[in-house]
Design a protein around this ligand. Structure first.
Ligand SMILES: [Zn+2]
Length: 334
């Protein structure tokens, strides 16, 4: 079995009724929630299911489109409705395709939203079956105006996540700054910032020893810059990268898109901390890698082609995902 721990239902999020609802909502219009038919939900998944079948990927952990979370826009009330709409679509999509997907939610974060409300959303949607939640370490659309996310202002969120045993995926969203395109820069800035803040936030894992974070996209700059961060951690008396990885608080995925960087990831990060992920059909659908003559986002092939032995590959393809996302079991049939 292979589990893809990082997908987004981008095509579902691009349904005109869904996009139209958010546009109208942000314009201050009070619309009824869009009614998307089961047929439309299923149709939006056809392409990704077909790619999963061709790559022999049985199950994917899927969340709303990251760019469209955009919780810096709107009010806390609007964002709560927007998050609930997206989560309800995600869970419907998972139920309509049994055994293929497990739901990862979004949260109605907003710079002025009390984190108690965000925590309540985690509780509500975990009861419905969600296995993890995207948590934007910025939440201000690329302005980075908030205090570091590891502060006490977010403790209600961390308490809920630890108590319910759901990991938080530190995933960036829309950027208002044209210098920082969301998929090319803002997401990676969120990865880097998230990881470094976890090194800086020394109290966090003392207060929440079982809290788990997933840093997507290969941990941002981790494969290249782990040495730099080891040095800075020593210099500033922060937690070292090895400490937060080794204590089982921080994990990364394989969303890197060539053989060289995949191997660097395997060399830099303990294999127990790496989960297979592809962002298949999301970030750059159908774009061909000239080295492999295959889609860039067929990350399975970079793992397959690596020097890892079969047991290590199995850890990355399935065992680590099941351990880090224990609530996924109810969605996995095999
Ligand atoms: Zn993503």
């Amino acid at each position: 079995m292979i589990i893809d721990s990082h997908q987004h239902f981008v095509r579902l999020a691009k349904h005109p009724e869904v996009e139209g609802f958010r546009t109208a909502q942000l314009a201050g219009k009070n619309l009824d929630l869009p009614k998307i038919s089961d047929a439309d939900v299923t149709k939006s998944l056809e392409q990704v299911v077909s790619l999963m079948d061709s790559r022999k990927i049985e199950v994917a952990f899927a969340s709303p489109r990251a760019k469209a979370m955009a919780t810096h826009e709107g009010t806390p009330e609007q964002n709560a409705i927007w998050a609930d709409l997206n989560n309800s679509l995600i869970i419907r999509a998972c139920k309509l395709t049994p055994g293929r997907f497990a739901p990862v939610g979004m949260l109605g974060q907003h710079p002025t939203c009390p984190s108690e409300q965000v925590a309540k959303q985690i509780e509500r949607w975990t009861k419905e079956g969600f296995i993890a939640f995207n948590f934007d370490p910025d939440g201000t659309g690329g302005r980075w105006q908030n205090q570091p996310f590891t502060g006490k202002h977010n403790y209600p969120v961390f308490e809920a996540a630890q108590a319910l045993d759901v990991p938080l995926v530190l995933h960036g969203s829309e950027s208002i700054n044209k210098n920082f395109p969301h998929t090319a820069v803002q997401y990676l800035v969120a990865d880097i910032t998230g990881f470094v803040q976890l090194m800086m936030g020394k109290d966090l894992f003392r207060d929440f020893p079982r809290l788990r974070f997933l840093i997507p996209h290969g941990g941002g700059a981790l494969p290249c810059q782990i040495g730099r961060w080891r040095a800075i951690a020593k210099y500033n008396s922060w937690a070292s990268p090895d400490e937060i990885l080794g204590n089982g608080n921080v994990f990364v995925d394989t969303c890197v898109y060539n053989d060289l960087n995949m191997q660097m990831l395997f060399d830099a990060v303990p294999l127990d901390n790496i989960l297979f992920g592809s962002e298949c059909d999301g970030a750059f659908p159908g774009v061909i890698n000239d080295e492999t003559h295959d889609h860039y986002d067929n990350t399975r092939r970079y793992v397959d082609d690596s020097k890892l032995n079969a047991a290590d590959k199995a850890r990355i393809f399935v065992a680590n995902a099941r351990r880090v996302y224990p609530r996924a079991s109810r969605w996995i049939q095999a």
